[in-house]
Write a protein that binds this ligand. Structure first.
Ligand SMILES: Cc1cc2nc3c(=O)[nH]c(=O)nc-3n(C[C@H](O)[C@H](O)[C@H](O)COP(=O)(O)O)c2cc1C
Length: 249
């Protein structure tokens, strides 16, 4: 308990909660190698029920999630791999990045991307290795279960915010069950193939996939964690009323 984690100003129960919450949040990092061990359906149902306590605008709870395992998972993976193999240009239902990344985000993306490839033993100029990595995405990094998060077509940005809260809850609850996960925008590049495989109507948009399974912690890529920005880079503190002349009407 110390000043750095805030627990010095809390009573015992709150301090324990914060310590536990921190451990849970910090234990959630992407897992990109899994054991061939099925995930019990009851456990997944429990996780999803707990996750639905997420906040949402006016309690609309717009998230919908397809849980894909067994033969359905294999068929979905085959369809996605086929799209990749035939060189189909990715056509996601929405943009997940601006046309031009700001230089800081660009650098972070490069560090994260290179870190994953290097942990997998794939060199910068290894075209075949990079291709295999793309295929690994379509194979859900070997996870026995894939979730597909979807929203109604024309969903406003607020729905994506709501769905994000839900998805983070899912990932944290999975950690508490000894499971790992990896969100996947890559698979959403083949949204039509996903809709076809899962029987989703054209009025649904694919937000992302989530690979889920028991992580294989012996595989080095599962120990790679990209660095986080310092607090000062993303926080401003506002304690005083703004000076009169800058206050809004
Ligand atoms: C919306 C979203 C989409 C992502 N898509 C992919 C993906 O397609 N493949 C992948 O390996 N990782 C994907 N990631 C994982 C990010 O690269 C990862 O969260 C980030 O580098 C931070 O690493 P960490 O989650 O391990 O802390 C995605 C993450 C998010 C939130």
């Amino acid at each position: 308990m110390n000043v750095m984690d805030g627990t010095d100003v809390m009573d015992g129960t709150d301090a324990l909660m914060l310590t536990f919450t921190r451990a849970l949040i910090e234990a959630r990092h992407c897992k990109r190698a899994y054991l061939a061990k099925p995930v019990p359906r009851d456990m997944v149902a429990h996780v999803l029920r707990v996750a639905a306590n997420a906040p949402s605008s006016r309690n609309g709870q717009p998230w919908r999630i397809a849980v894909v395992s067994g033969a359905a998972r294999d068929a979905l993976s085959r369809a996605l791999c086929a799209e990749l193999e035939r060189g189909a240009p990715p056509a996601p239902d929405y943009a997940n990045r601006p046309p031009v990344l700001d230089p800081i985000a660009e650098r972070r993306a490069a560090v994260a991307g290179e870190g994953v490839l290097s942990a997998k033993g794939i060199a910068r100029d290894d075209a075949a290795g990079r291709r295999a990595h793309q295929r690994d995405n379509m194979r859900f990094h070997g996870a026995p279960l894939e979730m597909i998060l979807h929203l109604p077509k024309g969903a406003p940005p607020g729905h994506f915010l709501d769905a994000g809260f839900f998805l983070q809850n899912v990932m944290l609850a999975l950690v508490a069950c000894g499971l790992g996960s990896c969100p996947q925008f890559s698979v959403a590049g083949y949204a039509d193939a996903i809709r076809k495989q899962l029987g989703l109507l054209p009025d649904r948009i694919v937000v992302c996939g989530l690979a889920v399974g028991y992580p294989d912690e012996a595989v080095p890529v599962n120990r790679f964690v990209p660095p986080r920005a310092e607090l000062e880079e993303y926080v401003t503190w506002h304690d005083h009323a703004p000076p009169e002349n800058t206050a809004r009407e």
